[in-house]
Design a protein around this ligand. Structure first.
Ligand SMILES: Nc1ncnc2c1ncn2[C@@H]1O[C@H](COP(=O)(O)OP(=O)(O)OP(=O)(O)O)[C@@H](O)[C@H]1O
Ligand SMILES: [Mg+2]
Length: 459
């Protein structure tokens, strides 16, 4: 670890030197200033881990120096040195944001303890800040791949929802990115600094569901030796993501509805409810409306969670997202595996575009991971990727449409062969010139197009 830097300010040269010597001996890098002015000047240019300043300085009030230091570096811990008897000032300093104070004279041990504590806290808050920005980086709106118009529209809705506290319900096929969207909403909402707790309702056994979600008090049931916080309480101040809400047992749906409406939970075995401040986001890959009709999902809860319905479209309906997603995953996975792979060969990318992706984005991610593992070249080749799957029903065109497509391609080819000469083209196609003209018009084709292409110099 790099040497930690301490800024010291005192007009008493003797004490300043002594402090510098002691701190240097403790292993710190010390910058000593004899006046408040000088200290503020360095603080503007350099970064410190801690500042120690005398409360009484000749040029400036120590409190003013404290305030100015905090203006420059809001998270800088500042320790104040006070003469015996100036406690009221010290109290005021604490209120103004000082980390703590030391009453002169102080010994080495005392000094060391206070400094270590301040630095440890500083290290921890820096680590939290780092993790926070990492999460933000991962789930910031700009890091969700969304090139297709469908995803652009969804992200606009997401940005809008993030600004509110409304309950959102995200639906979409498996692997489309529902959890990604939930995290994006959380991270970009005012709750972004609070917890994000995700729970898969399909994975909790029914008998444990209630105490997992709402918590229980000590002795609530046999085996409840300790009180346990529920997931709802764990998400206090943040967001609870209830994945696959359709799997929630009916009896608990009532309890959840109550929690949502009253903003409070009653722990199992508790007499009184506890207030909670949680935003709920739910997701489902089932048709909830159908579940309501079948009587397995409560209608009142359905309406309560459908406040903002968001639909993540399947990947096959937003093929524009395939190339950027593929690149995104390639970069991520190749980086993780320390492999130098630059991209996809055109046939490989074409194969990705043609695949049906029943498992959506997750399937694409897995396919690319597999290709990266197997790849021995600096470009991903088509043979490493899933072969074009069976076209889905919605990909097969009606006969008339398919026939039209064929006719158009056929005419283009004939025009090419004939070099744009209509008589020749008519001869090849076995049609009269007038017929051919009619067909070309129907498809918006011009004989000249083929001529130009044929005459064009090679590129
Ligand atoms: N738009 C996107 N940009 C980048 N990565 C994405 C995107 N959408 C999904 N992913 C990635 O795809 C994978 C699946 O996403 P996620 O888990 O959010 O899907 P899901 O809809 O919740 O799936 P399931 O229905 O199985 O729970 C994750 O690894 C996620 O990071
Ligand atoms: Mg999910």
């Amino acid at each position: 670890m790099a040497q930690e830097r301490i800024l010291t300010v005192d007009d008493d040269q003797g004490l300043l030197q002594l402090l510098k010597m002691r701190l240097t001996a403790m292993g710190f890098d010390v910058t000593a200033c004899a006046s408040g002015e000088a200290a503020i000047d360095v603080a503007k240019r350099e970064v410190f881990d801690l500042a120690i300043t005398d409360l009484r300085l000749p040029d400036r009030d120590g409190l003013a120096v404290l305030e100015e230091l905090l203006l420059i570096h809001p998270s800088l811990p500042v320790l104040l040195l006070t003469a015996h008897g100036s406690i009221p000032n010290a109290v005021e300093a604490m209120q103004k944001g000082a980390y703590g104070y030391l009453t002169k004279p102080f010994d080495d041990k005392e000094l060391k303890i206070v400094i270590e504590k301040a630095l440890a806290q500083q290290r921890m808050s820096r680590e939290i800040e780092r993790l926070r920005s990492l999460v933000k980086e991962l789930y910031g709106l700009e890091n969700v791949v969304a090139r297709s118009p469908a995803m652009q529209v969804l992200l606009q809705q997401v940005a809008h929802v993030a600004d509110t506290d409304a309950t959102a319900c995200i639906s979409g096929e498996t692997g489309t990115g529902k959890e990604v969207i939930a995290r994006v909403i959380h991270c970009n909402s005012r709750r972004g600094r609070g917890p994000f707790v995700a729970v898969n309702c399909g994975a909790i056994p029914e008998s444990l569901f209630e105490s997992e979600l709402f918590g229980h008090v000590k002795g609530a049931f046999t085996g409840a030796h300790y009180a346990k916080r529920g997931l709802l309480q764990s998400a206090d101040g943040g967001t609870l993501f209830l994945d696959e809400i359709g799997e929630m047992p009916l009896a608990l749906q009532v309890k959840l509805l109550r929690a949502l409406q009253e903003h409070e939970v009653v722990e199992v075995g508790a007499e009184r409810p506890t207030k909670i401040d949680v935003r709920i986001i739910t997701s489902t890959n089932r048709d909830l409306e159908q579940a309501v009709r079948a009587g397995t999902f409560r209608e009142d809860l359905y309406y309560r969670i459908q406040v903002v319905p968001l639909v993540v479209p399947p990947l096959r309906e937003r093929r524009d997202d395939i190339p950027p997603l593929a690149q995104h995953f390639l970069k991520q996975i190749a980086g993780r595996m320390h492999k130098n792979i630059r991209g996809f060969l055109p046939e490989a990318m074409q194969q990705l575009m043609l695949h049906h992706w029943p498992g959506n984005v997750r399937e694409l991610e897995n396919a690319i991971e597999k290709a990266v593992v197997l790849s021995t070249q600096d470009m991903i080749t088509a043979d490493l990727l899933p072969a074009g799957s069976q076209p889905a029903e919605d990909q097969v065109k009606p006969l008339t449409e398919a026939r039209e497509d064929f006719e158009r391609e056929y005419l283009k080819e004939v025009l090419q062969l004939a070099g744009g000469n209509i008589s020749r083209a008519a001869q090849i196609a076995g049609r009269y010139r007038a017929d051919l003209y009619k067909l070309l018009r129907k498809h918006g084709l011009h004989p000249g197009d083929a001529k130009e292409e044929k005459d064009a110099p090679p590129v």
